[in-house]
Design a protein around this ligand. Structure first.
Ligand code: A2H
Length: 257
């Protein structure tokens, strides 16, 4: 990690329908009707150009998230720490105000139906990721299993052990859509590298770190988009364009930490 501030793209992932009864009760108590108000999970990403391939959104079952008024009938779910950061970057209604309307456990958000900007798969689910760090980004990670080794291996684990995670297998079974072709690792770079390093579980952090570095370098410097508006162009040049598209459409914003 560098010395300067890290730039993230915050991706607004809309909640369509809650699954868990505790979550439904909490939303009701606070008059947060999903038919009338836009409630978004905000995922922090370094790879906006991969958003076409989102297959779910991960929360940590161990984190308590804040639900915040973001103005204009919009509500954000993030860690309190992240919303505090945003409030000093003119991304929220009031500087210095980062008090949540209420807090909600990641656990009770699991199974909710969502829709994510640019995603080819239209209806996705919120799923658990135990390795999410509370002190990084928004504490919410959008899942792109073709290009992120962490996402690939977590998704695979969820699919293999739905009973253990207390989820429905179908939630973790969306189609994998190739987005980026790389000369070295093909068009599902994360799968290739997880196999190459024999990564078995989301907890294989040493091997995952190696896979992530290679995936990032190869994808960024040698990758070519094979989907979306910029198909045929080099990832190196597409990244900023997709980021700007997301910001201009209001489906996300840039923030620093
Ligand atoms: B990235 P950095 Cl396709 N805990 O987005 C764990 N991981 C987190 C996180 C948290 N609290 N917040 C964000 N992240 C993930 C896409 C992606 C990402 C791809 C490939 C690699 C990749 C889709 N997931 O990250 O430590 C988010 O996943 C490789 C590291 O600040 C975010 O970008 O560098 C990245 O890690 C931020 O990690």
């Amino acid at each position: 990690e560098g010395l300067g501030p890290q730039e993230y793209t915050g991706i607004k992932i809309k909640i369509l329908e809650l699954f868990n009864q505790d979550a439904k009760d909490l939303f009701n108590q606070h008059s947060l009707d999903l038919n009338q108000k836009n409630v978004y999970l905000v995922a922090a990403t370094l790879r906006p150009e991969t958003m076409y391939g989102q297959t779910c959104c991960f929360v940590s079952p161990k984190i308590n998230y804040g639900v915040f008024d973001a103005g204009n009938n919009n509500y954000y779910i993030t860690t309190i720490r992240a919303f505090k950061n945003m409030c000093y970057q003119k991304l929220t209604p009031q500087r210095g105000n980062y008090k949540p309307i209420f807090t909600i456990s990641g656990q009770s958000l699991i199974g909710s139906k969502i829709t994510a900007p640019l995603a080819i798969n239209k209806q996705l689910y919120i799923l658990p990721m135990e390795t999410i760090l509370e002190k990084k980004g928004t504490g919410i990670v959008t899942c792109v299993p073709t290009d992120s080794p962490d996402d690939y291996i977590n998704m695979k684990d969820l699919k293999n052990k739905p009973e253990y995670y207390n989820i429905k297998k179908e939630w973790a079974s969306p189609e994998l859509i190739p987005l980026i072709n790389t000369p070295k690792y093909g068009d599902k770079c994360a799968e290739y590298l997880c196999n190459f390093f024999k990564i078995q579980s989301p907890k294989d952090s040493v091997q995952l770190q190696k896979a992530k570095e290679l995936a990032y370098k190869e994808g960024f410097f040698n990758g070519t988009m094979i989907i979306g508006k910029y198909a045929g162009e080099k990832v190196e040049f597409v990244k900023a364009k997709v980021k700007n598209d997301i910001v201009e459409s209001g489906e996300g914003f840039v923030y620093y930490e």
